[in-house]
Design a protein around this ligand. Structure first.
Ligand SMILES: *[C@@H]1O[C@H](CO)[C@@H](O)[C@H](O)[C@H]1NC(C)=O
Ligand SMILES: *[C@@H]1O[C@H](CO)[C@@H](O)[C@H](O)[C@H]1NC(C)=O
Ligand SMILES: *[C@@H]1O[C@H](CO)[C@@H](O)[C@H](O)[C@H]1NC(C)=O
Ligand SMILES: CC(=O)N[C@H]1CO[C@H](CO)[C@@H](O)[C@@H]1O
Length: 456
């Protein structure tokens, strides 16, 4: 569909974008539910389907992405975090098989953009024409000059308090020390979210960053990725802007891309539609991290390998003001899980001990970075341990296939957890086939095992 006139308006919502009080100013039907299809980017359904890649190619590619994403957590200037990257999460697709992209339609006439679903950041941005420096992307770059609903944020808007006024223009910028960055106009646009019946919800005046200078290390011209959708609790994040309209909650269920027999998409769900069918839903409260006040941190108390507890001292994963270390973040924009160095060593030791009786396994010292633990294994080696994260009031047990990536061609496997000096982060790979629910008003992270390939 090319024009708004041809759309069936299910609901029209206007966001009054005020820094302190984001809200919908008008809404006819109360639509607290909608969902966006999430497609893995390796999926044949994905418009950027790269064609068959070998396991090794996929692993190398996503590890590079994972490492560059996680580095931002070490490198962002802690005292200047007014501006953070955000990611949006409609329909989710993926370029590399390991990061999840949300498909959004925006503007009038409608244009499709693909943004990385990121619970680890807050500001949503996409590349915009005319670029001063654009990163390659597969599809035409969004051109705000052609959209009737695009607006620049004026310098006197409260939104611009977080940004800079340059030549009468409100400009945002995000820098990562690893070289990734985005810079451009603070802007707003109408976003259109389609349900299964093809009916649209239109959300007017959604704030986003219109990037005219983008540096993303991993981008290439087959990349579907046009930006990032921020879903943390930053007041300007996508979920904060939707706010009470969606009861300030969302959920997703990430399909495992390595299982090519299943459809590689799922949905990002909001409000009443967060979509779990009861069952053994577990809940743990979000905790605060002083350096990342908008992040979804939870209180990790201990870890088990094959149901054997490692018995970490209770404050192992809590934030330590003296060193700046600690904290456990739920982050969909990072692929691998990262465990803070000292705890990682103990975890790795226990996993090595678990495998030690199996004499036909050979530890390989040459793992694909940043992983440190990999083995050559006989074809069909079936005996992998579960790993359990013991949170305050909840246990998250990770199925073996989400902790160990098995390469059947190379007859090897690799741990999907890597060490990290500062923070611990639960990445997307270990979230496969778990419905993850972020309920900001109730201040809980809830989760339940689910078959994400059956998400509807
Ligand atoms: C990018 O596009 C150019 C020309 O359009 C092509 O020559 C080049 O091989 C492409 N690079 C990648 C990584 O696909
Ligand atoms: C792939 O998915 C199918 C169907 O959901 C499941 O039966 C099978 O165990 C999965 N295979 C792997 C390797 O996860
Ligand atoms: C978590 O697992 C431990 C065993 O390691 C058990 O004692 C505890 O009751 C479990 N907690 C919940 C909430 O299930
Ligand atoms: C059907 C319905 O309730 N329409 C209302 C939608 O909202 C506008 C303005 O808020 C009202 O004027 C309509 O009557």
């Amino acid at each position: 569909m090319d024009s708004l006139q041809s759309l069936v308006a299910l609901v029209s919502i206007h966001l009054l974008v005020l820094l302190s009080d984001l809200q919908f100013t008008s809404s006819n039907k109360t639509a607290t539910t909608f969902s966006l299809k999430l497609i893995h980017r390796d999926s044949p359904e994905s418009p950027i389907y790269p064609g068959p890649m070998t396991f090794r190619e996929r692993v190398e590619r996503y590890r590079k992405i994972s490492d560059s994403r996680v580095s931002r957590w070490n490198q962002i200037n802690m005292h200047n975090r007014a501006v953070q990257p955000n990611i949006m999460r409609p329909r989710v697709t993926t370029d590399d098989g390991y990061t999840y992209l949300v498909e959004l339609e925006m503007g009038d006439p409608l244009k499709t953009v693909y943004v990385v679903m990121d619970t680890g950041s807050g500001i949503t941005w996409i590349q915009c024409l005319p670029c001063q420096e654009c990163s390659p992307q597969k599809f035409e770059i969004y051109d705000p000059r052609n959209s009737k609903t695009f607006k620049k944020i004026p310098c006197n808007s409260p939104i611009c308090y977080s940004f800079k006024c340059v030549d009468q223009q409100c400009m945002y910028s995000l820098d990562y020390l690893d070289g990734d960055s985005t810079e451009g106009y603070a802007a707003s646009e109408t976003i259109h979210i389609k349900d299964e019946q093809g009916l649209y919800t239109h959300i007017a005046d959604v704030f986003f960053g219109c990037s005219i200078k983008t540096h993303i290390d991993t981008a290439d011209n087959s990349s579907l990725e046009t930006g990032i959708m921020g879903l943390d609790t930053n007041p300007l994040s996508f979920i904060s802007q939707l706010g009470s309209f969606v009861l300030r909650r969302f959920s997703y269920c990430l399909v495992n891309p390595t299982n090519s027999s299943t459809p590689l998409f799922s949905y990002l769900k909001f409000g009443d539609d967060i979509g779990f069918i009861g069952g053994a839903v577990q809940k743990t409260p979000f905790t605060k991290h002083p350096d990342f006040p908008n992040g979804y941190f939870v209180n990790l108390l201990d870890i088990s390998v094959d149901n054997k507890r490692l018995n970490f001292p209770p404050d192992t994963f809590t934030f330590k003001p003296d060193t700046g270390e600690g904290g456990f973040l739920i982050d969909s924009g990072t692929v691998l899980t990262y465990i803070q160095d000292t705890a990682y060593s103990k975890l790795e030791e226990e996993i090595v001990r678990y495998f030690s009786p199996y004499k036909d396994l050979v530890r390989n010292q040459d793992c694909s970075p940043p992983s440190k633990l990999c083995y050559d294994a006989p074809m069909g080696f079936p005996l992998f341990p579960t790993i359990t994260y013991h949170f305050q009031g909840a246990n998250l047990t990770i199925a073996p296939e989400n902790s160990f990536e098995v390469d059947y061609e190379e007859k090897s496997f690799i741990l999907s957890i890597a060490p990290q000096p500062r923070l611990s982060i639960l990445g997307a790979y270990q979230q496969h086939n778990i419905r993850s629910i972020f309920d900001i008003d109730s201040n809980v992270f809830a989760f339940v095992p689910d078959d994400c390939s059956k998400d509807d």
